[in-house]
Design a protein around this ligand. Structure first.
Ligand SMILES: C[S@@+](CC[C@H](N)C(=O)[O-])C[C@H]1O[C@@H](n2cnc3c(N)ncnc32)[C@H](O)[C@@H]1O
Length: 292
């Protein structure tokens, strides 16, 4: 197995699908904003993904299934008779089986070489996996996902951009960084942004001091131009928005109370009304596969 894949497999085998707390895996704790304010927004994004599979069918492929880390993710295959879970990490498949029960058909395989016949699946989902595939095999993996999708089937690949515009804005204009540098805004910094979390605050936003950083994880997202020029001619897809707000954006701009919830509702409306634009500027686009 290639070195990049070994790194990814080792991460998930030994760390990512270990429990960080009673309700979160290490992977979720490291890469997802788990504050309560995010819950409804994340559910709306999951429903948007689920809408692509609402037609139901017999065979649902979850390529790079991971641990099936949330009930919303588990529900994506509702309406399908069989969920086939593929992952090259045994830890992922054991956790998936634990969540989905005996109904899950687990296959340990590499998504760049799927052991299934052409057109086998009514639905194909590949979420947050492709950007962990070696950069020069991602186009091949897209081809594999399209190959196993039935002609009238529904396929969705959730991806991320290397330098999403909304994340760049968040890093540049994060009020916690900008406010203390502007004399007139120092009061706002002291009054609101520097406030210590309440003792009963439900979830630590970042790992406590002294927590070791997580083990290495290979990650290579390609930019939109690469998909347009190298993938789209062979594997047709529509670009749509899954979730525009990533962790840098939400941690910078979304407060953990009702104003934050209202801001996220506005963002959801923008994602619905301008799916192409929000896919381009946001953090997590999705490629909706079409069979040629
Ligand atoms: C970020 S997790 C995503 C899990 C799940 N799809 C989700 O959205 O919650 C990535 C998963 O893909 C698996 N994976 C990464 N590269 C893979 C490959 N080439 N073949 C099979 N599984 C792979 C990892 O083992 C891990 O379980």
């Amino acid at each position: 197995m290639r070195e990049e894949k070994n790194i990814v497999r080792k991460f998930y085998e030994e760390y990512g699908w270990e429990k960080a707390s009673s309700d979160a895996y290490q992977d979720t704790a490291a890469f997802v904003d788990m504050r309560p304010v995010m819950g409804a927004y994340q559910e709306r994004c999951m429903r948007r993904l689920g809408a692509h599979f609402a037609g139901g069918g017999r065979w649902f492929l979850d390529a790079g299934c991971g641990a099936i880390a949330s009930p919303g993710y588990a529900a994506l295959s509702d309406g399908h008779t069989h969920r086939v879970c593929v992952d090259f990490s045994g830890a992922a498949l054991r956790a998936a089986r634990g969540t989905l029960g005996e109904g899950a058909l687990c296959v340990q395989a590499d998504i760049t070489r799927l052991p299934f016949r052409d057109n086998a699946f009514d639905a194909v989902l590949c979420a947050h996996v492709l950007y962990h595939v070696p950069a020069d095999e991602q186009s091949e993996a897209m081809g594999e996902l399209q190959r196993v999708l039935a002609p009238q089937g529904s396929g969705v690949v959730v991806y991320t951009w290397p330098d999403a515009w909304m994340n760049r804005v968040a890093v540049r204009f994060n009020p916690r960084v900008v406010a203390p540098k502007i004399p007139g805004l120092r009061w706002a910094w002291r009054a609101f942004l520097k406030r210590k979390p309440r003792a009963d605050a439900p979830m630590a936003e970042t790992a406590p001091p002294g927590t070791p950083p997580h083990p290495p994880l290979y990650f290579h997202p390609h930019p939109w131009a690469w998909f347009r020029d190298s993938v789209l001619p062979d594997v047709p897809f529509k670009l749509r928005c899954w979730q525009s707000a990533g962790v840098p954006f939400t941690q910078a701009f979304i407060p953990n109370h009702r104003i934050g919830r209202a801001m996220l509702r506005v963002l959801s409306i923008a994602e619905k009304v301008f799916p192409g634009l929000m896919a381009r500027i946001g953090t997590y686009p999705m490629f909706v596969l079409r069979k040629k």
